[in-house]
Design a protein around this ligand. Structure first.
Ligand SMILES: Cc1cc2nc3c(=O)[nH]c(=O)nc-3n(C[C@H](O)[C@H](O)[C@H](O)COP(=O)(O)OP(=O)(O)OC[C@H]3O[C@@H](n4cnc5c(N)ncnc54)[C@H](O)[C@@H]3O)c2cc1C
Length: 331
């Protein structure tokens, strides 16, 4: 069911934590009302997450909210009962949502927190909802380099910050000056880069706090040089990766001094499928949804790859993709 509830109160189920939220029977649930009268955004119920993930799989989220601006976002977050989980998504290009769906509220600021502007000399300010490619092209147009690699990453700036996205030796956090966040109480904060512990595809953001914007220092270069560098990176990607197919990019992190793709390929797993999920023939670290894959097919294939690589190489592959949700809630 799909409906917009900006005009009326909705009844939400409130319980102690996510586990209890899922397990408690209807009779045990305490009913609590969220006041939507101050909200200006769109709240949907039972929103299929296949609409919000690049694998195009996944069950429904109890609620899905898209605010109209940062103030509306703040009002909404503080209105969600504290027991109800809040999950942020960008473009879902690094997310596997299980078929049983998500308990709680999914929040998306894609296309909403979309400011992109010069703040000071060669520094740009970028909203969390801006597509990475747009940020890279904006910088290139001004002859500024340092984030060319973002042109090939099909995520949002918020998702890239959360993942410390990177490619071709670059990482988004390398050039960050400061970030803005919002917490579970709807409070907005500004932090310098050194507040965070940054690692390979990871960053230490406090629990229940999310990125809303960042300021990035860029390198003065020449427009044609930056644009050429983007073009080269994109054509190398097109050569090596199955870009026209439904995927989440690289499924596993590269182990130290090795490549997940090399290990997977050496086990003869290219082309191996479970249901509609298949290891790409073009790039062994990509799993493709051939059209009718479920999240369960993909997760089983992830586990099969891990077991096979471990058996042959004694290397434990760690997923880069974030797996969330419930496998059996609606089954
Ligand atoms: C074809 C393809 C190629 C790819 N190539 C690369 C690559 O070269 N390098 C690379 O690093 N990645 C790559 N990826 C993976 C993916 O695009 C990146 O990880 C991207 O940064 C994820 O952004 P997103 O907006 O899609 O985040 P989502 O997938 O929506 O979310 C990822 C995680 O970030 C969290 N999150 C999202 N927004 C916020 C926010 N505002 N604040 C806090 N947490 C948030 C989510 O809760 C989730 O845990 C590729 C993916 C595809 C499909």
């Amino acid at each position: 069911m799909f409906w917009i509830t900006a005009l009326k109160d909705i009844t939400l189920l409130s319980v102690k934590n996510e586990m209890q939220y899922r397990q408690s029977g209807l009779n045990n649930r305490m009913r609590k009302t969220i006041d939507t009268s101050r909200l200006r955004g769109e709240l949907r119920e039972q929103e299929s997450m296949s609409r919000h993930t690049s694998w195009k799989t996944g069950g429904a989220a109890d609620y899905f909210y898209s605010p109209v601006d940062i103030d509306d976002l703040s009002v909404f977050i503080s209105a969600v009962p504290i027991e109800m989980p809040i999950i942020w998504v960008g473009f879902g290009s690094n997310l596997l949502v299980r078929d049983g769906g998500l308990s709680g509220v999914v929040l998306s600021v894609v296309g909403v927190l979309d400011n992109l502007e010069f703040t000071n000399g060669n520094e740009i300010s970028i909203g969390a909802g801006v597509p990475c490619v747009k940020a890279a092209r904006f910088a290139a147009k001004q002859g500024l380099g340092g984030i060319e690699f973002l042109a090939g990453i099909p995520g949002s700036i918020g998702g890239a910050l959360a993942m410390n996205a990177g490619a071709y030796g670059g990482e988004i956090w390398r050039n960050i000056n400061q970030v803005e966040t919002i917490n579970r109480r709807g409070e907005r904060k500004i932090y310098a880069k050194d507040h965070f512990k940054i690692g390979y595809r990871s960053v230490s953001i406090p629990e229940e706090e999310w990125f809303t914007a960042c300021k990035i220092d860029l390198e003065i270069s020449d427009k044609s040089v930056v644009e050429k560098s983007i073009k080269t990176m994109l054509s190398e990607r097109a050569e090596a990766q199955p870009l026209g197919q439904l995927s989440c990019g690289s499924v596993f992190r590269n182990p130290p001094k090795d490549h997940a793709a090399r290990l997977i390929e050496s086990c003869g797993l290219k082309g191996r499928n479970i249901g509609g999920a298949c290891v790409s023939e073009k790039h062994a670290n990509f799993i493709i949804n051939m059209g009718d894959a479920t999240s369960s097919d993909i997760e089983q294939l992830i586990e099969l790859i891990q077991a096979t690589v471990y058996e042959k190489h004694a290397v434990k592959l760690i997923p880069e993709v974030r797996v969330i949700g419930d496998s059996g809630r609606y089954q």
